[in-house]
Design a protein around this ligand. Sequence first.
Ligand SMILES: Nc1ncnc2c1ncn2[C@@H]1O[C@H](COP(=O)(O)OP(=O)(O)O)[C@@H](O)[C@H]1O
Ligand SMILES: CC(=O)OP(=O)(O)O
Ligand SMILES: [Mg+2]
Length: 420
Amino acid sequence: MSAILCLNAGSSSVKFSLYRYSPEAPLLLAGSISGLTTDHQYLTYASYKSSGEVLESIKNEEIDCPDHDSAFKVFMEHLDSKEGDKRILDSLDDIYVACHRIVHGGANPRPLLITEDVYHELDVLSDLAPLHNQRALDIVHSCISRLKKTKNVAFFDSSFHMTIPRHVYTYPIDLDVQKRHQIRKYGFHGLSYAFITHETADFLGIDDSDLNVIALHLGSGASACAILNGKSINTSMGLTPLEGLPGATRSGSLDPSLIFHYHSDSSRMSTASSKDMHLTIAEDILNKKSGWQSITGTTDFGLITKRAVEENDEVAKLAFDMFADRVSMYVGQYWVALQGKAVALVFAGGIGEKGKELRTAVIGKVSCLGFTIDEELNSVASRSSDVVFDVSKKDAQLKTLVVQTDEQLQMAKEVIAARL
Ligand SMILES: Nc1ncnc2c1ncn2[C@@H]1O[C@H](COP(=O)(O)OP(=O)(O)O)[C@@H](O)[C@H]1O
Ligand SMILES: CC(=O)OP(=O)(O)O
Ligand SMILES: [Mg+2]
């Protein structure tokens, strides 16, 4: 059997999916290790028979896993240790291609086979995605040494946004400096937005190229995207995944002068720098010591929501209200970017898919645009296995949708479509 392995190193988790290499890409195994920014990590794992029946499953089993590369190794051990009926692949050599979600791919518009030169090129970009590229490249490295026969392909989060017009991706600073240092808005979560675009168009019964929507990918890192005719025309993340919405440990956008008032020596190198990744104190504070962690003491937005809603915790409520406010501002901005032509608002990512209270709060703030939410549908959306779930009120002209996004499946589909 020939298989496609898809690896997704997010800022707080590693997700892995294994598919049979065939036109429908049947899922053989899906797993994740989450909580990599906290003291507790959890393994979720399910493997399937060719018939689609569950072979084995584990839900939220606590494991000790210090970093992203260890998560990959846990997963490989798991895959390789199975005996008899529980074995999914005859040999790890059956993995024909390993797809790696690499968050920052510079201006590359499409996936690249990872050669030594490409690896080096991506390594150079590590400073521009301090919570992502280096960790994903560590996994690439382990893959190369563990899976000798497998080819490795890099899929970039930034590629989807290469259609953003120049006046939007250019920052209002010296043009020569921007050109020299390749400073521009790149944008991220592109594999997720590509998946959302296709699935939403399919759900609405239109071509991808006719789709106008505002999409929200809200996870440990959160962003918004304005999609016109199936293409990104604006997104909230920028040169790095720090710009835009706040995240688990990220500040999101703020007054750039703030950092010089926060710390007297913010341009000095942080002790968190390594030989492969240079990080200033400013970047360390804004990427790793801000966001929900700095305000509430936890990175878990599910817990923040529970404290805010059920326990009336003042600080949790503040964080929750801040997020609903920042998210709704992007909906307004992108409503204008799309000239009022959006047909749907899409919620995706861990918080977008599971956070029913946040969806209610955001829709409450943007209802003046015509978006609605049916509370009964909203309360069951997270439990649905549908890829696209409509939570808008009956007969609403504008749709409010929850999409179970899948960056791994997006990579597998692209492998099959391109016959890589
Ligand atoms: N019931 C819930 N309500 C709100 N947020 C939730 C809920 N369950 C999980 N989450 C949040 O989803 C986030 C993880 O999103 P995900 O997209 O999977 O992460 P990553 O950015 O690492 O890919 C975490 O902040 C987690 O707390
Ligand atoms: C780009 C980004 O922030 O990704 P994630 O949400 O997976 O950390
Ligand atoms: Mg993610």
